[in-house]
Ligand binder design. Sequence first.
Ligand code: F3S
Length: 426
Amino acid sequence: MYLTPEQQAILDGSKGETMAKVMKTLVMYGETFGADKMVPVTSEYNHLVTSFGLKMMGPVFDLMQQLIDAGAVSGQRFSVDPRPVDPDVPANFLQKLIFNKFMYSKQDSYEQQLKALGLMNDDAFSCACYLDQMGNKPVMGDVLSWAESSAVVYANSVLGARCNRNSGIMDIMGSIAGFVPNFGLLTDEGRKATWIIKVECSRKPEAQLLGSAIGMKVMEDVPFITGMEQWLGTELTDEVCAYLKDFGAATASNGAVGLYHLENLTPEAKEQGAALVAPGAKVYVIDDAELQKVKANYPVIWKNRDAKPKLCFVGCPHMSLQQLKSWTVRVEEGLKASGNKKVLIPTVFTTAPAVKKEFEKTEYAQRLKNTGVILSYICPLMYMNNPLCGPMPVITSSNKLRTYTTARYYTEDEILIQITKGGAWA
Ligand code: F3S
């Protein structure tokens, strides 16, 4: 790999032993993937994925401390993924004990390390760091060193930034050095679509279901999606961006998609059109029956399939302000139609701390509270990944949460019916 004299000097130790190791790690990573050179990280902020003080992450805390002690702090300030615990989210005594004393007992000290390394502010905990209220929104062409898969696919596809699907440690290294290896989604060639997806549904497909179908088909490849203009239009409005956020997270978690293009909508597709499609691209047609088939094949791993859900999570990735408002109205209308006053299942909507603050300034906040829905900044995945919460019957509209936990997936309309009117268990 070609290194500039500055990069070579860092590798040779001009900025100390620790920085040399950081550079060496990045060079080895790049060489593994055939990178030709290192390119500067250009975004104003970085985003780290390791936000949780999980006791077993000892080696990460040690590594962070070594970096801090050596003064090898991040060249950019950064946001991080959501906090793993929120006292507002329902949990029994034993679960709270497990969260606070065993699983996430290092949370406070880890947050101190994050601050020392360059955390943007106390509210910078969300996977949807690109939401306006969070203040970490890259611009087109920016080179990033991010790892959170739902954020990487959003930044690449909707914002036109350039980022590979890095690991959690590699994104810290890139941010500290200020360089990342040039390969894959950083290159024009790597951003070409090798799949054409023809959406031929009779109604607007559920974002999380469409993303799941595409992710499972193309895996880590880049899809060019057609047929969505009738529902999404050609402008990236708040509503469309929220759809693409949820769609992208499903492509990234049900498969390993890091970038998609949507005809006449996403920035590169608007600029380059069909020229983005590589010769010999494969074709996948998605219609109503295909989506139905994909959904019917999701395994249900609850002990009792007919159990009454104990908890419902909406907001993985974190909800936008526009989504919080529209969901408030939907829940109100659902309750009114069913004659119920409050949701029938404990329900948690999750969002970024800065969005939560903004939402709480609106009249919708009290209205949502009146329905019984809890608003939280938690990561539902972190809540569920333990022996006590794992066996709980949890429902969600997130295909990412379904993929990584025992949570059962329902479409948004189905979730709405379950929480406002009741399901098969009622
Ligand atoms: Fe975000 Fe946690 Fe879901 S990081 S995408 S809320 S798994």
